[in-house]
Design a binder for this molecule. Structure first.
Ligand SMILES: C[S@@+](CC[C@H](N)C(=O)[O-])C[C@H]1O[C@@H](n2cnc3c(N)ncnc32)[C@H](O)[C@@H]1O
Length: 292
């Protein structure tokens, strides 16, 4: 299977207009957070964030396939002693734009730096907001199953009789629980909390996320040969992971320094170690029966 990784230098707001309608299977990205990292690529004021993001999310809505998913990694910061509300405002505005806000995952940063603040504790999680165009979207849940672990041995061992029989939902929603179904299984579906360390091999970007983050979501929402898009590519983490997982990908980055660095890694310069390439006379191989 031939896998393509297309990277484009430019502003997503403009570049996305060149992509075809309903052409992308999965969008995974971490945009610049409001007023963050001013020294590297400019911050957007929290009051202007929704206004800045909406034209981009409008394009993402157009290019995403109806079966596709958009996962947005974002976290509001504390400004003048208060949590900013721009992420919540963005969710509401995107719903008005036509997106369904289908789920929120939490990335628990297992190794957040210790510290002390007078009125709060250290920040050790970020949001991963899931948006869809349609209630029916591709999701390959079996790909991210986790071992049952000790939970199965301890809690499930002492099941009550009610737990052992199907306990139809009292509210009549049609859902029921039958925990005993899981007794003999080794694997379970994960929760919507991901426990991942912040370290990443990629030292080329000040805000790179760990490879495990796009990897988990790419497994969950795509299959081999699908197209993954990161409109805020940075050091290309999403694209490199997608390539290794046999997914096609598109990355858009506004800063030439990051774009060039990804480009160089995708097309490594051919090193001639011993001697320049030469044309040799071809030696024809003749088989034992004399037939070529
Ligand atoms: C949080 S970083 C992404 C880091 C990336 N996930 C990684 O692992 O390296 C956001 C990136 O978006 C880029 N960016 C900011 N505004 C942009 C725009 N309008 N279009 C394209 N890229 C943009 C920044 O230069 C920055 O590299």
């Amino acid at each position: 299977m031939e896998i393509k990784t297309d990277i484009i230098l430019g502003d997503s707001k403009k570049v996305l207009k060149k992509l075809l309608d309903n052409s992308v299977d999965f969008v995974f990205t971490s945009p610049p957070y409001a007023d963050q990292r001013k020294s590297t690529y400019g911050g957007i004021h929290p009051d202007k964030y929704v206004e800045w993001f909406l034209p981009i999310s409008e394009e993402l809505l157009r290019v995403l396939k109806p079966t596709g998913t958009f996962v947005l990694n974002i976290k509001e910061k504390v400004i003048k002693g208060e949590r900013s509300t721009y992420v919540m405002e963005l969710i509401i505005a995107m719903r008005k734009q036509g997106w369904l806000w289908t789920e929120e995952f939490i990335w628990h940063k297992k190794n957040a730096f210790p510290g002390k603040w007078p009125n709060r504790f250290r920040d050790s999680w970020e949001r991963l907001l899931q948006f869809n165009k349609d209630k029916k979207f591709n999701m390959y849940q079996e790909e991210v199953m986790v071992p049952m672990g000790n939970w199965a041995k301890t809690r499930l061992k002492n099941l009550s009789e009610t737990d052992k029989t199907r306990d139809e939902s009292k509210v009549g929603s049609g859902f029921g629980k039958n925990i005993s179904n899981w007794l003999d299984r080794d694997m379970a579906y994960p929760t919507n909390v991901l426990h991942l360390a912040t370290e990443c091999n990629n030292k080329n970007h000040s805000a790179a996320f760990p490879e495990a983050l796009p990897k988990w979501f790419i497994k969950l929402f795509t299959k081999q040969g699908d197209i993954v898009l990161d409109p805020f590519m940075g050091s290309g983490t999403t694209n490199f992971v997608a390539k290794r997982m046999n997914r096609n990908s598109i990355g858009i980055e506004i800063l030439p320094e990051y774009y060039n660095s990804v480009k160089e890694q995708l097309e490594p310069i051919k090193l001639v170690l011993l001697e320049p390439e030469q044309q040799y006379e071809s030696t024809e191989l003749i088989g034992s029966n004399g037939v070529r």
